[in-house]
Write a new protein. Structure first.
Length: 744
């Protein structure tokens, strides 16, 4: 068990589960079944992935025909209990925990398919998975590592049939979710309001999940004040209590090997103090079930199904005592029929509304929705619409809820702006080392000022320092509320290194400094692409950095037009497993706009990625060419480097015409998928062939350079890390370490 798994279950993350809401005094539930029998209340405690044992408990209670008349739950216990109380069957609960991609559910980043194309550009260039906010000149931080967006929509879909229920006593089984008021330290029993939101609040482990604000109170995980809420179920008027405790056990003295272990143990002791007080109130006719989960971690969601059976086993061990409350088959069938009658889902939407604070016009958000009045209520479609707004990356949480106005039922989308915005700072770091003394290192940052007007204008500025510095700034102004058409004036300055060749031998390295300004216009093509055209004007300077100082230093002017089509459907910008990326650009230099020569160039780079199980295949091609004999080295195309003829150093060969084909394979290994703290590892190889040519007539298969690589890739929080070796014909090879986004 890794260190994080050991610490978190025993501390705050021992509280993991799902979310919560609504305040109010508990009301006695309606008796479900025969009035003459005792009312049975079920208490489901918190414990993260260990809470899947509750499903086994419910399955065994059903087998023994034990009726449940009320449920109170905390954290994961609130999730399982709330879903069961709303009519979700045990079989459905088991299927849910098996089918959910828990790693993805606990990740806030929108799926790339939901990101605006502009946000995909951010994701590609700045892979560090942390964004700072800037407000009034001060740095702002999120209120939690996880905002709970994906998890909230999962709960919303699972409780869609109960969306109209405001009083939790009106559920098929009366229910309470327990949360903590982080401002006062008080226990909050959620007895009414929004069921999905209530469950989410109950699992919001402080510091990990962002708090949930309900009726002005800031709520976090209920485990802090009542991880096994026996008092709550008593207040619901039950006669018999069945309490299920799945807390992570205390460590033995020999296991306390570090200060972190001791801190975790301290937090566990503090949480267990209240748990023990509540369990001490159980009397002889009550039941305490403690599934034997051993050291199964609260964050071990990748193997969550393994926690179900211990719950059933522990409940079966109590069968002799529970037998006195078992109903005969006919009576239990009547009880189940009342519960299974469930709740009626609204048929169609009478209205669709978006509510959001901030400068953006509601029309900007409404343009991203596909749900319309008259459509049937479809939880998956509503979730996609919420994600479409969330994919704008301006909101910390986007939820939807069914609402009634008179006899009309509709959906309201609530978009909460990021509390750490509206200006955001992203970071990037890149490093390349060939283990022979050649190292390139860059640090970069992007400042984006969002929502500058009602149409969603943005001002984006990039700064990179160290080996290849640059500064760019662009003002992006949508021309329509659907953000499809835009104009974008821009300015950029940069320095880069370029190899100079004579008879296929490198004779110098030039330092090229260049600046230009331009005006672009274009159209977003849904979330998958962008078409952009523009005019530019610039100047540059090239000087010898390494090599014969007698080689010429020269200045140059640029000016002309360009057109670019960019397509990106990749599921991951750095180590993709599915999708397509294509960049097609024409650039025309024109003396009438200040260029030194009349020229045209075409650049294409296409990659198609497909995955089968853990095996990923990527096919790619590059073709770049110019239509002028007067161009200088600053206009030429380099090859060499990882997956661009891996046996050669980056930029080792350069020419006015270049072509490359590649076939890449990698296999995912490492931590099992679904683990909360996943660190994917990829082992792979590539086959590549390409070259550069001084004349287009020389291009041909006979002059291609064969190359390939063997590599290991790690998907780190600083971006992808690759360690490998590249080989090329003629005995050339290149060993490298590459961290971060690839060079521009």
């Amino acid at each position: 068990m890794n260190q994080m798994t050991r610490i978190l279950p025993a501390s705050v993350l021992a509280l993991l589960s799902m979310q919560g809401i609504a305040l109010g005094q508990p009301h006695p539930g309606t008796l479900a079944g025969d009035e003459s029998r005792p009312r049975i209340g079920l208490v489901l405690g918190g414990g993260g992935a260990r809470g899947a044992a509750h499903i086994g408990v419910l399955r065994e209670l059903e087998r023994q025909r034990i009726p449940v008349d009320a449920i109170a739950g905390t954290s994961m216990g609130a999730i399982v209990g709330g879903l069961y109380a709303a009519g979700v069957s045990v079989d459905e609960l088991e299927q849910v925990v098996q089918s959910i991609d828990w790693y993805d559910a606990f990740a806030d980043a929108p799926g790339r398919q939901d990101l605006r194309f502009r946000r995909k550009q951010d994701d590609e260039a700045f892979p560090i998975r942390f964004t700072l906010g800037i407000r009034d000149g001060e740095v702002q931080l999120p209120k939690g590592l996880i905002q709970g967006q994906k998890l909230g929509l999962i709960l919303r879909e699972l409780t869609i049939d109960a969306a109209a229920v405001r009083d939790f006593d009106e559920l098929p089984i009366p229910f309470r979710a327990v949360a903590s008021d982080i401002a006062t330290g008080e226990m909050v029993e959620l007895a009414e309001g929004d069921l999905a939101l209530s469950m989410r609040a109950s699992m919001s482990a402080p510091g990990i999940f962002a708090p949930v604000v309900v009726d002005g109170r800031t709520l976090v995980d209920g485990g802090l004040v009542g991880n096994v809420p026996v008092d709550t179920i008593r207040d619901m008027g039950v006669d018999i209590v069945i309490a299920v405790d799945v807390e992570f056990p205390l460590y033995e003295p020999e296991q306390l090997a570090s200060a972190l272990d001791i801190t975790a143990q301290m937090l566990t002791v503090l949480i267990r103090k209240e748990t023990r007080r509540q369990l001490a109130t159980l009397n002889e006719q009550d039941f305490l079930i403690r599934p034997d989960l051993g050291q199964f971690g609260s964050t071990n969601f990748g193997e969550i199904v393994e926690a179900i059976e211990p719950g059933a086993t522990a409940t079966a061990a109590e069968e002799a005592g529970l037998a006195r409350y078992s109903l005969d088959p006919e009576s239990y069938a009547r009880y189940q029929a009342r519960r299974d009658a469930g709740l009626l889902r609204p048929g169609t939407l009478d209205f669709v509304e978006v509510r959001a604070a901030g400068p953006l016009s509601p029309r900007v958000l409404e343009a991203r929705l596909t749900s319309k009045p008259g459509d049937p209520v479809d939880s998956k479609r509503l979730a996609r619409d919420a994600n479409a707004i969330y994919g704008m990356d301006q909101y910390e949480h986007v939820d939807y809820r069914l609402a009634s106005v008179g006899d009309r039922t509709g959906v309201v989308f609530d978009a909460r702006p990021k509390s750490w915005g509206p200006n955001f700072l992203q970071f990037g770091v890149s490093m390349e080392d060939d283990f022979e003394g050649a190292t390139e290192f860059n640090m970069s940052a992007r400042l984006t000022r969002m929502g500058l007007n009602s149409r969603g204008a943005e001002w984006r500025s990039d700064l990179q320092l160290c080996s290849e510095p640059y500064f760019t700034t662009e003002f992006y102004q949508p021309l329509s509320f659907d953000s499809r058409y835009f104009v974008a004036p821009r300015f950029a300055v940069e320095q880069r290194n370029v190899q100079a060749f004579a008879d296929e031998f490198s004779i110098a390295r030039y330092r090229v400094s260049e600046g230009d300004l331009g005006v672009d216009a274009g159209r977003e093509l849904g979330n998958w692409g962008e078409l952009r055209v523009g005019a530019f004007r610039g100047r540059g300077h090239a000087a010898v950095k390494v090599g014969d100082p007698g080689l010429p230093t020269f200045d140059f002017d640029t000016g002309g037009f360009f057109a670019r089509l960019a397509v990106d459907t990749l599921d991951d910008a750095q180590i993709p497993r599915h999708g397509l990326r294509a960049d097609l650009e024409w650039r025309g230099g024109r003396p009438s706009l200040g260029d030194d020569v009349n020229s045209d160039s075409v650049e294409t780079d296409i990659s198609l990625v497909r995955t089968f199980g853990r095996h990923t295949w990527q096919v790619g091609a590059v073709y770049n060419t110019t239509f002028s004999d007067e161009l200088q080295i600053q206009n030429f195309f380099p090859l060499g480097g990882f997956l661009r003829l891996s046996g050669l150093a980056r930029g080792e060969i350069l020419g006015p015409h270049a072509a490359l084909g590649r076939l890449v394979y990698y296999r995912r290994s490492g931590t099992p998928e679904g683990s909360l703290f996943e660190v994917p590892v990829y082992l792979g190889a590539s086959l590549e062939a390409g070259n550069v040519w001084q004349n287009r007539s020389d291009m041909g298969f006979g002059s291609l350079i064969a190359s390939g690589s063997l590599f290991a890739g790690f998907d780190t929080y600083l971006g992808p890390l690759f360690i490998g070796a590249g080989f090329a014909e003629g005995g050339r090879n290149n060993f490298y370490l590459q961290l971060g986004a690839p060079p521009r």
